[in-house]
Design a protein around this ligand. Structure first.
Ligand code: OFO
Length: 181
């Protein structure tokens, strides 16, 4: 147990960095909620593989958020549980879901990059180093979203197209679960 004075003395995190990291917590929390609502819509519509893929991804986004919680507090800051509101629950199509995912992940990458840039300028090398994991993760997330979206153009959505796309999404999901992918 620490009193407030000790907590203040032990702090190594700059206040503006802490604020950016807390904003990132909110973004990851929203990502998790966003993927969860998409997973639910896919399951309700009968896209079983897409929904499994998105349920798993919702858990991953929560893990991204939890890493930030622990880091902020370990560095002497205070990680804040964000309010998660305004999550959309209905979508027009499976394709729209993957378009939204790519758009969202590009926003997340920009946000991660701005934290990395800030940490480097502030000579906060601990945060700079911690954020490298997110830089690599974002590159993978964007690639995955692009591959998923390509399926719609390659296979087409007519006839059994959507069923085939759902099967291929299952394979993509299984592939990303392999170690080192
Ligand atoms: Fe946390 O990477 Fe996606 O949003």
């Amino acid at each position: 147990m620490k009193n407030k004075e000790i907590v203040t003395l032990q702090r190594s995190l700059l206040h503006d960095t802490e604020k950016l990291l807390n904003q990132q917590i909110e973004m990851e929390g929203k990502s998790s909620a966003y993927y969860l609502s998409m997973a639910s819509w896919c399951q309700m519509m009968g896209y079983e593989n897409a929904s499994n893929y998105l349920y798993t991804h919702a858990d991953e986004e929560r893990m991204h958020m939890m890493k930030l919680f622990r880091y902020i507090n370990e560095a002497g800051g205070h990680a804040i549980q964000p309010e998660i509101t305004g999550i959309r629950n209905n979508f027009n199509s499976l394709r729209e879901i993957f378009e939204l995912i790519l758009e969202h992940e590009i926003k997340v990458t920009k946000s991660i990059n701005s934290i990395v840039d800030h940490a480097f300028s502030a000579k906060d090398f601990a945060t700079f180093s911690f954020m490298q994991w997110y830089v690599t993760e974002q590159r993978e997330e964007e690639t995955l979203a692009r591959r998923a979206l390509e399926l719609f153009d390659i296979i087409g959505e007519e006839g059994v197209g959507l069923w085939t796309i759902d099967q291929e999404l299952g394979k993509l999901h299984a592939k990303t679960a392999e170690p080192g992918v």
